[in-house]
Design a protein around this ligand. Structure first.
Ligand code: AMP
Length: 427
């Protein structure tokens, strides 16, 4: 199938061609015609499926064919859970609208709001935003959403995970009722279905599993290891394998920092990316990783969500996630676009329950290996790590409750916006 048959205009086809895409991905094939028909769409797709172009291309076409108002009110709003994803989506909007008379911008927290406000004042057709900053500006009366024709909720499951439900509802309540709503989510939980029932109008369901990110396309392996030997083992694997681009997941931001320091001491260039890092530091780390000046990027789940890092050969779970679905998200970052990928997990005794849950979810037993000198501790307890003792979100998403242990979230800016941010992870 070619892009020509999807009903896209010449200007968009030219932009697609410039990106070097030869054929639409499954999610694009399904979603683009439906969105062009002005249907509400509920799409199941995760990062790596080409979902961003799947909603951006038809959105731009609708906007460019619609009425241009002189003042350029915001006509399309894309909400994303994280700053990185917002920046990435906006970069896509920019590239795809290169040959159209469409203006766009992106807003997110952690940076000065003044330039963002100035750009919006000059008039933009498309606004990409994280919920927190959007509400801030809205509350200050600095932007109006009363002309929104299209709303996109990107990675809606993650936005709910991060405690944005109330913010999202508030934002949606300020939008015109007559609009097109597109909801993209990697998983369809009860909460997502509820959100869709509430805010989408007779949605059409589209599903696409990423071609090369299905669990069985990725080589998975578990290394059973004593907890205190994990650092030594990961350094050995990366050094001896001479791996150049490795994404490592830890459960906490403190864990990410610690591991990063030890990597650097061992002579492996590394950077950590998590909610406590400034936007500048995160962008720099990601850029370094992409251009190969940094070999290892150590990330928490929240920070890694939505990162567009193509062709990643190695993903290592330094610690298993306590939410099994996060494992699938994590390993989905390898083996993309036809490249071979390897997902390794370092598992200590106290992670045995997590491993069992993950194997249940992915429907297979993950092969186990033990490296000489890094054997598991036969006397270690298999009792799961308690939440708050280095754990991340728990299974009930209790991280949103104010009783959640302090060290288990990726929150930021809590001192600046105490009320709304107190219970939430960073955006
Ligand atoms: P996404 O799932 O939107 O994060 O996209 C994942 C990656 O696939 C991005 O690097 C896109 O630029 C790329 N991409 C999107 N659509 C296509 C396509 N039709 N063919 C090849 N690559 C694509």
């Amino acid at each position: 199938m070619s892009f020509n048959s999807l009903g896209l205009t010449k200007a968009l086809l030219k932009a697609v061609d410039k990106q070097g895409y030869t054929s639409p991905s499954p999610i694009q094939q399904k979603a683009i015609p439906l969105i062009l028909e002005r249907k509400d769409v509920l799409a199941s797709a995760q990062t790596g499926t080409g979902k961003t172009a799947g909603f951006t291309l038809p959105m731009l076409q609708i906007l460019s064919q619609g009425q241009h108002l002189r003042k350029r009110p915001i006509r399309a709003l894309v909400l994303t859970p994280t700053r990185e994803l917002a920046a990435q989506v906006h970069a896509n909007v920019k590239s795809y609208s290169e040959f159209l008379d469409i203006r766009s911008t992106v807003i997110f927290g952690g940076v000065n709001q003044r330039p963002q406000v100035a750009t919006i004042r000059n008039g933009v057709d498309v606004l990409v935003a994280t919920p927190g900053r959007l509400l801030d500006l809205q509350n200050q009366g600095l932007l109006s959403l009363s002309n929104i024709e299209i709303l996109v909720l990107d990675e809606a499951d993650r936005m709910l995970d991060m405690g944005f439900l109330r913010d999202i509802k508030k934002i949606i309540s300020s939008l015109p009722r007559k609009r097109q709503t597109l909801l993209f989510s990697a998983t369809f939980s009860k909460e997502i279905k509820k959100l869709a029932n509430e805010f989408l109008h007779h949605p059409v369901l589209v599903e696409a599993t990423p071609e090369n990110t299905t669990v069985d396309a990725i080589e998975q392996k578990v290394y059973r290891v004593a907890k205190d030997k994990k650092t030594g083992l990961i350094i050995k694997l990366i050094s001896e394998g001479d791996w150049k681009q490795v994404l490592v997941f830890t459960r906490t931001k403190h864990g990410a920092n610690r591991l990063c320091k030890k990597m650097i001491s061992a002579g492996i260039s590394a950077a950590a990316i998590h909610g406590n890092k400034s936007q500048g530091a995160r962008t720099k780390a990601l850029a370094g990783f992409k251009n190969n000046s940094i070999r290892v990027l150590v990330a928490t789940d929240i920070a890694a969500r939505g990162l567009d890092i193509p062709l990643l050969p190695h993903v290592i779970n330094f610690e298993l996630p306590n939410i099994s679905e996060d494992y699938v998200h994590r390993i989905g970052r390898t083996g993309r676009a036809g490249a071979s990928g390897e997902a390794l997990s370092l598992v200590s005794a106290d992670e045995t329950t997590y491993l069992r849950d993950i194997e249940k979810l992915v429907g297979m037993k993950i092969p186990v290996d033990i490296v000489e000198g890094f054997e598991p501790d036969p006397n270690a307890s298999t009792k799961p790590i308690k939440q708050g003792q280095g754990g991340g979100r728990n299974r009930n998403n209790n991280s949103r409750k104010s009783s959640a242990p302090k060290n288990n979230s990726d929150k930021s800016n809590s001192s600046r916006r105490p009320k709304r941010n107190r219970n939430r992870r960073s955006n």
